[in-house]
Ligand binder design. Structure first.
Ligand SMILES: [Mn+2]
Length: 354
């Protein structure tokens, strides 16, 4: 991995060192996951402070930074600042709490810059996924796809949303997930009109749509998918809305390729949905990037004009939500390529009636 080296090369001239304290960024740069620690990156050297719980495993695993037993973080960082002539330190403004910044400022003998530059450099570096990262995301999604097939056998009238959520989570963890990418959303019937409904004791009944938005994590990397399935006979409007969402999703996926503004991809699906009479019924963005975190930048949203790049992973997830009636969302994740995209999600998208 040369991620630390790239970071050190990208440090702005007036920043002598980057102080990386967040769990997710320490994992990204060192390949080692620990709940606590600090990574100091200068142009010459990288040091990873790890406490006694992690130092043995970290010493075996980390190759791009020098692992050092952390006994007194402030004292050790100050010694490093002196040795490496560090005067100004960039911090991850998107991750460090205000409280941590205030308390570190009291004890560290360097200027901690609270500007967003370092954060932006890190987030930008994390956008393009390496082959190793893609392997993890694909592994996570494969478990998620398998869980969907399992749920098709399980879902039936009489069970409640919570029963199904627990079954889904248990299946993913039992089948290789090292964690969940986020809290599973599972909504039936009228609850489906709330895009982020919390699973409840609401009982599944004939004529319901059941929307499941879920994802396994694999070695820290996330997957994300949503499917809406019908239980028994549904209305004509339900079927019409389902097919509209599906067609909007397929059209948006078709439009994805490197070098296009993210908001133009959002518009492909949004224009179809609004044009069919559902203006205002698709409130969220079409998609988001993901990786070590479930929501990363860029976004397929009317507000994001960033250009897509080959190697970013994006969700494509249009929906239509009719208050008090029902909702439909269909979501796949794709890896952007120069001339299109590679759909990582393999699950069926045509309307499934159970
Ligand atoms: Mn998503």
């Amino acid at each position: 991995m040369d991620r630390i080296k790239r970071l050190s090369q990208m440090l702005p001239e007036d920043i002598d060192a980057a102080l990386i304290t967040s769990v997710v960024n320490r994992q990204y740069y060192t390949g080692f996951e620990s709940s606590a620690g600090a990574l100091l990156v200068t142009r010459e050297k990288a040091v990873l402070l790890l406490d006694s719980r992690y130092i043995e495993a970290g010493t075996k695993k980390v190759t791009d930074a020098e692992p050092v037993l952390m006994t007194d973080m402030a004292k050790q960082l100050n010694e490093l600042f002196e040795e490496l002539k560090v005067k100004t330190v960039g911090i991850e403004s998107g991750y460090m709490t205000v409280e941590s910044l205030f308390s570190l400022r009291k004890v560290l003998n360097a200027t901690l810059l609270d500007d967003p530059r370092l954060n932006e450099i890190i987030l930008h570096q994390r956008r393009i996924k390496s082959e190793d990262e893609m392997k993890e995301i694909r592994a996570a999604q494969a478990i998620t796809d398998k869980a969907f097939l399992h749920m098709l056998e399980i879902i039936k009238p009489g069970l409640c949303e919570k029963d199904l959520q627990l079954e889904l989570d248990y299946f993913m963890l039992k089948n290789g997930a090292t964690g969940l990418a986020f809290e599973t959303i599972l909504a039936a019937g009228a609850n489906g009109s709330m895009p982020h409904a919390v699973p409840s004791m609401n009982v599944i009944k004939e004529g319901d749509f059941v929307t499941m938005d879920f994802g396994a994590a694999h070695n820290g990397y996330c997957s994300d998918m949503t499917r809406t399935v019908a239980v028994g006979k549904i209305s004509e409007e339900q079927e019409k809305v389902y097919n509209l969402v599906l067609n909007a999703q397929l059209a948006a996926i078709d439009a994805v390729k490197a070098g296009v503004p993210c908001n133009s991809i959002d518009a492909v699906a949004r224009d179809m949905i609004y044009g069919a009479g559902y203006e205002g019924r698709f409130g969220h963005g079409l998609g988001h990037s993901l990786g070590l975190e479930i929501h990363e930048n860029p976004r397929f949203s009317p507000l994001c004009s960033d250009l897509t790049e080959a190697g970013i992973v994006m969700s494509v997830e249009p929906g239509i939500y009719l208050d008090g009636q029902f909702g439909v969302r269909i979501e796949d994740i794709v890896m952007v390529t120069e001339d299109g995209c590679d759909v990582i999600t393999k699950s069926e998208k045509k309307l499934i009636t159970l």
